[in-house]
Design a protein around this ligand. Structure first.
Ligand SMILES: [Zn+2]
Length: 150
């Protein structure tokens, strides 16, 4: 598995200049996605959402997580115990704020999504918690089309 580490150094498939991101994203989205900010807990759109569907990257539209892996962590942010598939997200060591954490970024456009925590004792198959900002995600409901007339 780790024999070929070349793929880890791969450039993101979607690259845009800072100005382009600024134009395309709202200030709140830009602050989290491109400046690794964190939305306030219990304020995001999806922390308590149970709608079935796929969560895509709000910056580039790549599908990252699904409602099947979402669980109630009660931490105030959408939490998943696994990504939709390995390779959809990438991991970086984050030593900001005096802690060592694992930053989670979109594997396609390299935008900041949130952090990954492990071994917290949640009753999930992986005991991992992908703590993701709502503002980094865009939910595509499974029954899309039924609810919107167009
Ligand atoms: Zn992305």
């Amino acid at each position: 598995m780790s024999e070929n580490s070349a793929s880890e150094a791969q450039q993101p498939k979607v690259t845009k200049s800072d100005d382009e991101w600024k134009r395309e994203l709202s200030p709140a989205e830009y602050q989290v996605l491109r400046q690794a900010g964190t939305e306030r807990p219990y304020t995001g759109e999806y922390w308590d959402t149970h709608t079935e569907g796929v969560y895509a990257c709000r910056a580039c539209g790549a599908e990252l997580f699904t409602s099947r892996e979402k669980f109630d962590s009660h931490c105030g942010w959408p939490s998943f115990f696994a990504p939709l598939a390995e390779g959809r997200v990438r991991y970086l060591r984050d030593e900001s704020m005096g802690m060592v954490r694992v930053e989670v970024r979109c594997g396609t456009c390299d935008s900041h999504l949130g952090h990954l925590f492990e071994g917290e004792g949640y009753a999930t198959p992986t005991d991992q918690r992908f703590c993701i900002n709502s503002v980094s995600l865009s939910l595509r409901p499974a029954d899309d089309g039924e609810t919107s007339p167009q």
